[in-house]
Write a protein that binds this ligand. Sequence first.
Ligand code: SF4
Length: 498
Amino acid sequence: MNRSDSEEMAGRLLAAGATEAPTMEAADLVVINTCAIRELAEQKVIGRQGYLNALKASNASLRVVLTGCAVRERDREGLERRFPAVDLFLRPDEEPELVDRLGLASAQAPVGAVGATTIVGRTAVGVADHLSATRAAAVASGAVQRGSAISAWLPIIYGCDKTCTYCIVPFSRGPERSRPFDEIVAEARAIAEAGFREVTLLGQNVNSYGHDLAPEPRFGHIATERWAGRRLDLGSRPDLAELIRAIDALRTADGVPAIPRLRFITSHPWDLSDRLIEAMAACPSLCESLHLPVQSGDDEVLRRMGRQYTTGHYLERLEKIRAAIPGITVSTDVIVGFCGETEAQFERTLRFLAAVRYDQVFAAAYSERPGTPATRLADDVPTAEKRRRLNALLAIQEPIGLERNQAWLGRDVEVLVDTIARERSHDHEEPAGDGAAEGEVAGSRGVHPGPGEVALSGRTRGNKLVHLAGPTAWLGELVTVRVDHAGPYALRGRPVVS
Ligand code: SF4
């Protein structure tokens, strides 16, 4: 979501006449889009304040803007103390105001009002109901500076209504607000016409899309039941299933999906409806991969986390989706060392991971986020113990990831090539995380290009990272690759030449 927001801000600045500086030292404006989901991410930005102040000392016209989840309404006074180099703070919902607030807009341009706020719990948060409209305007005027010409982000819902006690997002991004159905389909159509090969539908809770929109007769066939969380009237409103079907229905003259690959992130288990599973199975463009955060394999910890489902609920959904889409790859998020997590509860999480056998697990040690409900619980697992649990979890998961990747050996996979890699003298396989963005250089990981070739990488439909050799012209192409090596975090293979 931050990457997508940054594309929109960069586009607005360029449209207002700014140009991209080659280095931070040469810039007159630095915009920092923060993540505050973990303490470490916020600490990194705090740690850059001295460097930014030094830059300001040598360039009096330099201005620094801080936005993203670190900027929260309740924190306004504390922000200046923690981020002394910053001139302007913008909440995530105030980002469309960036150009106006900097005075970069023309004298005639309307100066946007400061975003409205609402109360979540006891905290004032941004509620900006203009985000859909400002996004539509940015798309229509071409003021979205997409970071890739291959894969596009498409935000469909802003904010979060969930109750996870550890999470800052409902307080930083406000309540859920869905973009109008037709605007999203129009943006998808424009993305297809621009030649993108992949679209990822974005939201903090992408699968709760539509519940806050007005009912319409054309959606009268939709009668989704929500099986957890607060009761919602979902009848006659569009949902993610309907949106996926509408985007999948955008076809070329040959009748194939105009966007070959469609993904969505991130889902909450309680909104994973049967309708969504059916749409995923029915739509050829929808990639066979799902990120479904579980956070813990222990029901009591899940209850304290406010996740509103049990491991039983979660497994029932997972079984259903695996039956509907055989071979689907599944990844998850896990927090270790949450308040009061006992050794036995942690062991249950390990057994859960061993039973589910995820393709990938993104694990993090719990860190208390000021202003979240979990601050009322004791953060009583010592730091060293959290680290031990994290290592124990990774020791369980790594062989599972390796085994799941080895199942692809000898098989042909379709790879969307998105990266040109560079050779490194000490190349070895290492955790790839999100992988490099399109066009970024990354390690070639054991690929040995021949004459006229470079080391490339890309993703399968199941979101597996694949390294291969080939011409640079393959960047942005769908290439069939026969897998001949599998590591815990990536595959390697040779192109299949027909
Ligand atoms: S669903 Fe939970 S973890 Fe995800 S953004 Fe909302 S509150 Fe945070």
